[in-house]
Write a protein that binds this ligand. Structure first.
Ligand code: FEO
Ligand code: CA
Ligand code: CA
Ligand code: CA
Length: 595
């Protein structure tokens, strides 16, 4: 493979790492340091992590589980704010089997407190030194299941969002399933509520409940046994599940602030949201619904961005227009699902943003604006949107404005009743996923039309996978599978973290740099690899300092307490039951990589 030519973050790509290897691997000349791990203390009164004796009270004062979206906001040379999502929990590797068996209420209470969000202050002695956590700092904060969130936008206060505990329909306790996210130009964090359906038992009888995966079965996490609101069959709580599945906006700089759930951005299994301000000050948020055959969305704010006017900018996501994407291919040759490049040499075409709501008014026949926003999937079905291969992160490149859409995989594309392949989703049984590049007409975020092309069909050419890297030779790229989160460096290169490579190409997940411009467009270079059964999340690229951060989620997820598959990052292996007070298992953690 060619040597990387990056000026700011030079590295020699690592070789792919086999899926059973329990190691974190970085390029020659770089080192890795855990910045913060599950259970690490955040406050002066936080108890030390003790895997055998965790309580809801101790966990609420410690860093949560399964870190996903991450950002490191530099305040000055030696101070920063770390923001992290805690998406979900893996009880089987977190708790001793005897606790799960004999103390299920306690286990559920600890797990609930391990969900949510964290804000943590960081400091360092000088520029380019590693960051460390400031325990007890004034802005450190855990967002828990009893943290109040304000609903904003056209659906707030409406019938579909009211419960007996909140007859105003404006105040929700907690956030769940927080997966990816984005940081806005005005310094707030957006966090996507993704797989909320796994936390509810519901009657499952309405079309909307079925469309969102809500069913009359015990929930995955069992919280309905402790809090009646998680069983929406209970009178007064019929709408509780409607209060999750939103984009949440958090102000990490103000620990007293009330986080908000923005109904104007629609309700679905939100992977995340990323904002772009174009040259005219117009503001769009790009968003994916991570479900097989679900959709790509765009929100355009009614107001415009004003540099330095925080009060104005904080209202931008509360009012505007919501669109869903239709992709039209332009090739005459048949897209047969094989992944073969079409006769015109590219998977590409044009597309249209189909309006669901325009300036607060419904554009979907038979739907009120409240219904469009709460039952967004049903509205988008009627609008004729293109069924996608699981849109995960969707993010505009700050250097060019082009939007990159990670379609992670779709095992049901062209299989059974699944929609057949099309030019934007061209592989049947799409095991390894692909990336679409979208260009708004006129470089205007309010545009009704766009053009698009496929940047890559991921996979491993050496295993015979039908791959495509914008024409770059497939035998000269790092094998890559299941793109999930994306980020950009200061040179405008794309960085992709993956989730699912072990089941695809048989390697551990990792982080990859992709060159977008020039002769090397399509070149993929692997930067790091995470331990066995882990997913790589939340990449942050501070290439001006040669610093890279990633969140390592669910290492060793298929193990069991006392029979763990991973011991990362502490590698404390003595006495597999952990009776000596040391935890002998994996701890999800945010890692900093530096020279
Ligand atoms: Fe939580 Fe779509 O990944
Ligand atoms: Ca084409
Ligand atoms: Ca994800
Ligand atoms: Ca994923």
């Amino acid at each position: 493979r060619p040597e990387s030519v990056s000026a700011t973050l030079p590295f020699t790509p690592i070789d792919p790492v086999g899926y059973e290897v329990d190691e974190f691997t970085v390029p020659a000349g770089y080192a890795w340091i855990p910045l913060i791990r599950w259970g690490d203390p955040l406050f002066d009164d936080s108890p030390a992590f003790d895997a055998m004796n965790q309580t809801a009270e101790s966990q609420a004062r410690q860093f949560g589980y399964n870190n996903d979206y991450t950002d490191v906001l530099r305040l000055d040379d030696t101070h920063a704010l770390l923001f992290v999502n805690h998406e979900y929990t893996n009880e089987g590797i977190m708790f001793p089997a005897a606790q799960i068996e004999n103390e299920p209420e306690r286990v559920r209470a600890v797990a609930r407190a391990a969900h949510g969000l964290s804000v943590v202050e960081l400091e360092r002695p000088r520029v380019q030194a590693p960051w460390s956590v400031v325990v007890g700092a004034s802005r450190n904060r855990r967002f828990l299941m009893d943290t109040p969130y304000e609903l904003t936008g056209p659906a707030a206060g409406g019938e579909l969002l009211r419960t007996s505990a909140d007859p105003t329909g404006t105040r929700v306790l907690g956030t769940i399933g927080n997966c990816a996210g984005g940081t806005t130009p005005w310094g707030t964090i957006l966090s996507g509520e993704e797989n909320f359906h796994g936390y509810f038992r519901a009657s499952g009888t309405s079309e909307a409940e079925r469309r969102y995966g809500l069913a009359d079965e015990p929930s995955v996490y069992g919280w309905e046994l402790d809090e009646e609101r998680f069983d929406t069959r209970n009178p007064g709580y019929e709408n509780e599940a409607n209060r999750f599945g939103w984009i949440v906006e958090i102000d990490p700089a103000d620990p007293q602030s009330t986080p908000r759930k923005h109904t104007a951005l629609g309700r679905f299994k939100h992977e995340g949201a990323n904002v772009r301000v174009d040259g005219n000050g117009h503001v769009a948020a790009y968003m994916g619904d991570d479900e097989r055959f679900d959709y790509l969305y765009k929100f355009v704010s009614s107001g415009t961005y004003r540099e330095g006017d925080r009060a104005n900018n904080m209202q931008l996501l509360t009012a505007g227009s919501l669109y869903v994407a239709r992709f039209d291919g332009n090739s005459e040759s048949e897209i047969d699902g094989s992944g073969e490049v079409p006769s015109d040499g590219r998977f590409d075409g044009t597309g249209e943003w189909l309006p669901l709501m325009v300036d607060g008014e419904s554009r979907v026949e038979g739907f009120t604006v409240e219904e469009v926003l709460v039952h967004t999937r049903l509205a988008a079905d009627l609008a004729g949107a293109t069924k996608m291969d699981r849109c995960e992160d969707v993010e505009p490149n700050p250097a060019t404005g082009r939007v990159y859409i990670a379609c992670t995989n779709n095992s049901e594309r062209g299989v059974g009743d699944g929609a057949v392949a099309d030019e934007a989703n061209p592989r049947a049984d799409n095991r390894d996923g692909h990336i679409i590049e979208l260009i708004e007409d006129g470089d205007d975020v309010t545009a009704a039309r766009f053009s698009w092309n496929i940047l890559m069909l991921a996979g491993d050419a050496s295993q015979g996978d039908p791959v495509y890297f914008s024409g770059f030779p497939a035998d000269q790229v790092s094998p890559i599978s299941c793109p999930d989160n994306v980020a950009f460096d200061s040179e405008g290169n794309l960085w992709i973290s993956t989730d699912g490579a072990p089941d695809g190409i048989g390697y551990n997940d990792g982080l990859f740099k992709v060159t977008l411009e020039g002769e090397r467009r399509g070149l993929v270079e692997q930067f790091l690899s995470v331990p066995t059964e882990a997913e790589t999340c939340g990449p942050v690229i501070h290439d001006d300092e040669r610093h890279v951060f990633v969140a390592v989620q669910h290492p060793g997820e298929d193990g069991a307490f006392g029979a763990q598959h991973s011991y990362w990052p502490d590698y404390a292996r003595e006495g597999a039951t952990g009776t000596d007070g040391t935890f002998h298992g994996p701890r999800p953690a945010v890692v900093q990589v530096l020279p």
